[in-house]
Design a protein around this ligand. Structure first.
Ligand SMILES: Cc1cc2nc3c(=O)[nH]c(=O)nc-3n(C[C@H](O)[C@H](O)[C@H](O)COP(=O)(O)OP(=O)(O)OC[C@H]3O[C@@H](n4cnc5c(N)ncnc54)[C@H](O)[C@@H]3O)c2cc1C
Length: 369
């Protein structure tokens, strides 16, 4: 059996590792020219379910690499008002010295690519597929085609594979925009101790929020060191700019918007925003589905954001993609069937979508129509 995976993101790479470990012929087609190409986000929380999925699919040496390049474990989730008065706090046990509770996305993807050098093809943008016999022929933007027995859509929330297979699938714009940023942790920078322990969310009570979370590496990548991820959330009205403006303005101007929003917040928060690497700022649109659809039995299968895009408010998108990858590895290597993968994935994915929507309603006063 030959499996073609479209997308070298969190789920696609985990599936590729699992299949390769089981001796299945696998190829990954990624549209970006290299792992470092785009603004891909900074810190991702890894849940115990995500850790278990990684342990199931990764060969030992790749798992070690993931552990070595992960952040030192954090144990806190806390909420504050804009003057840094604590509103709630939840702590989590750290399971042991190898515990992975969060990762830097670039370092993680690099580690997850260990041993996949011959498997991943970059600059391969999927355009469409045709079902041919029992398999598929896949067409790419560069004019080439490839054949496979199974095509896995791991191409994220804007999945083109899903658009062809399930044209009626709806992805909703939540109306919320995020501005992501990075604050290098330099000596002398004043940082509230909670911000170095885990994910801290500050809320102005009328929909604008900001989150801070540490990336303290066990082993940093060559390109950069420890930092605080910072993210501001609000509607484009609340942020005072149209989408056209938000998504075209230079990074420095974008970060200046964050500075404006926090002008009356606690001075420690303002000084953190001032200390950010403004050129690292980028905007994203938060999208979600409201139901997860089954797909017709055949050679095309979906995982991760391609089939259950969700808001980041439960920290579950990447973990659910990893969970899918572990279950799909099982299904494609004879441990279960594609039908049972689909049934389990629909239930598990929908639970995560619902949780993230419920959290978002509380955090952002979200009203989806
Ligand atoms: C800024 C940010 C922060 C987040 N934080 C968290 C968090 O803390 N915890 C959490 O669990 N989740 C988080 N998420 C969500 C999480 O990143 C996603 O749910 C997860 O990456 C989904 O994995 P995936 O493999 O399905 O898709 P992705 O990781 O998005 O990978 C899709 C891949 O497909 C490629 N691709 C797309 N189209 C094509 C094409 N036509 N041809 C070829 N390749 C293509 C893309 O370039 C990409 O590499 C965050 C998301 C963002 C954007």
């Amino acid at each position: 059996m030959k499996v073609a995976i479209v997308g070298a993101g969190v789920g696609g790479l985990a599936l590729a590792q699992g299949l390769l470990k089981a001796g299945v012929e696998v190829r990954v087609y990624e549209r970006d020219p290299s792992p470092a190409f785009r603004r891909q986000g900074y810190r991702i929380h890894i849940s115990p379910a995500g850790e278990q999925a990684l342990a199931a699919v990764l060969p030992d040496r790749v798992r070690r690499r993931v552990i070595e390049t992960a952040t030192r474990p954090g144990d806190l989730l806390a909420g504050f008002d804009t003057q840094l008065n604590k509103q709630f706090e939840q702590t989590f046990p750290i399971s042991g010295p190898d515990s992975v509770t969060s990762i830097d996305r670039y370092a993680f993807r690099r580690a997850m690519m260990t041993g996949l050098e011959e498997v991943i093809a970059f600059s391969k943008e999927f355009i469409a597929y045709d079902v041919v016999g029992d398999g598929v022929e896949i067409r790419f933007a560069d004019g080439t085609t490839e054949q496979a027995d199974v095509l896995v859509a791991a191409d994220g929330a804007g999945s083109r594979v899903r658009a062809q297979l399930l044209p009626e699938f709806e992805v909703h714009d939540s109306g919320i925009r995020c501005i992501y940023g990075k604050i290098p942790l330099t000596e002398g920078l004043s940082v509230p101790p909670e911000f170095l322990r885990g994910f801290c969310f500050l809320n102005d009570g009328v929909g604008v929020g900001a989150a801070f979370a540490p990336v303290l590496f066990r082993t940093p990548p060559e390109e950069y060191g420890d930092y605080l991820m910072a993210v501001m959330t609000g509607t484009s009205d609340q942020l005072g700019r149209t989408d056209d403006e938000l998504f075209t303005m230079p990074a420095e101007e974008l970060w200046a918007l964050v500075g404006k929003q926090v002008a009356n917040w606690n001075p420690v928060v303002r000084s953190l925003v001032d200390a950010a690497a403004a050129s690292a700022a980028f905007p994203i649109t938060l999208r979600t589905c409201t139901s997860v659809m089954p797909w017709p039995e055949g050679p095309v299968v979906l995982l991760g954001d391609a089939i259950h895009p969700m808001l980041p408010s439960a920290g579950a998108g990447a973990n659910t993609a990893l969970w899918d990858a572990a279950r799909l590895t099982d299904a494609l290597t004879g441990g279960s069937s594609l039908a049972s993968y689909q049934a389990e994935m629909l239930a598990h994915g929908m639970a995560a979508v619902t949780e993230s929507l419920e959290n978002a309603k509380r955090m952002f006063d979200l009203r989806l129509t």
